[in-house]
Structures are given as C-alpha cells and as structure tokens.
Design a protein around this ligand. Structure first.
Ligand SMILES: *[C@@H]1O[C@H](CO)[C@@H](O)[C@H](O)[C@H]1NC(C)=O
Ligand SMILES: *[C@@H]1O[C@H](CO)[C@@H](O)[C@H](O)[C@H]1NC(C)=O
Length: 164
C-alpha cells in the first residue's frame, strides 16, 4: 500500500511526467528521447497501450541477420512488483505491424520484488530471431506488472527492425 501511495505521490510531483516504467535501449525504441543518464521515471519510458503505446512505426533502426541470436537491452525503469499475482517481462516480434501476432522470442522473465519502486534494473536478454526475413518488423518488449494498484499495469516499448 505504501508503495502505491509513493507511486501516486511521485506521479503528482512529476505531474506531466506521470509514470514511466520500461525503456528499450537496444535496438532503440521509438522516440528514444530519454535523459542521459536515464533517470527513474523518464517520460520516454512510459507507453501503456498495447502493443506499442502511442508511437508510430518508422523506418527500421536496426538490421539483423534472420535466424541470428542478438542481445536485447532494456530497463525496468520502475518496479511494480505485485505479490498477489507477480508479473513478467518478455520480448516478442511481429511480422504484421504493431497489432499483429507476436512470436515470443524470450523466455518469460519473472518480475521481482525490488522493494523500492524507483529501482532501475537493466536486462540484457539473448534472443534468437526467426529465419523469416522482413523489411520492417516490430520488436516489442513488455512489462506486464499485473499490479492492481496501477492505473495502467502494462508497459510497452517497440523498435522497428529489419531481418535479412
Ligand atoms: C494515446 O493516444 C490516444 C489518442 O490520441 C489518447 O486518447 C490516449 O489518452 C493516449 N494515451 C496515453 C496514455 O497518453
Ligand atoms: C543501465 O543502462 C543505462 C543505459 O545504458 C545506463 O545508463 C545505466 O548506467 C545502467 N545501469 C546499470 C546499473 O548498469
């Protein structure tokens, strides 16, 4: 309960900044205008609408070999551990645009109790890309917190990539 209150208080303090929970560094997310160094609550890390938040697809920002194994580097920018129903993070790819079917690329990464909501936790996750090429695919990272105390419990970041 204290954590939820802290979240609300922090959100009020930050006002227009609101909540910010997941950032995708590599490949770079759409609108990668985070601060350097990136702080907890960075507005660039707040996308709450499935599947890519309020972003628009652009030209691919990364080109990979189809079937290769890459490192996806992202950050849980706030921790919203919810003990009654712990959440997860994962990485997927869509060949059908933002709202296509996502093929899960990573294992499901369990959320954890960071105790302090403003904890920033970096993840480097090794994923093997499908062998099918694409001129533009959507790589999506999501953090599904399941946190009933949050107005928006799910967080998304997408990157436009190409596979050849
Ligand atoms: C996303 O954009 C839609 C349409 O402009 C808007 O109604 C909605 O409030 C936006 N969501 C967020 C979280 O900003
Ligand atoms: C996490 O990654 C960000 C972005 O590269 C970096 O600024 C930060 O120092 C990293 N944090 C840790 C604990 O490695």
């Amino acid at each position: 309960m204290i954590k939820y209150l802290a979240c609300i208080l922090l959100a009020l303090q930050l006002s227009s900044v609101a909540f910010a929970h997941l950032c995708l560094f590599d490949p770079p997310q759409r609108q990668p205008n985070w601060g350097v160094p990136i702080g907890s609550g960075d507005n660039a890390c707040y996308q709450v609408e499935s599947n890519c938040g309020n972003t628009t697809a652009g030209s691919p920002v990364a080109l990979y070999t189809a079937g290769s194994t890459i490192q996806v580097f992202f950050q849980q920018n706030y921790n919203h551990w919810y003990a009654p129903n712990p959440g997860f993070l994962d990485v997927g790819i869509s060949y059908g645009g933002d709202n296509g079917n996502y093929i899960q690329l990573s294992q499901t990464i369990s959320d954890f109790n960071a105790w302090d909501m403003v904890s920033q936790t970096n993840y480097t996750v090794s994923v093997t890309l499908p062998i099918q090429s694409c001129k533009s695919c959507v790589l999506r990272v999501r953090y599904v917190s399941n946190n009933a105390g949050e107005p928006y419990p799910d967080f998304y970041q997408c990157s436009d990539i190409a596979l050849e």
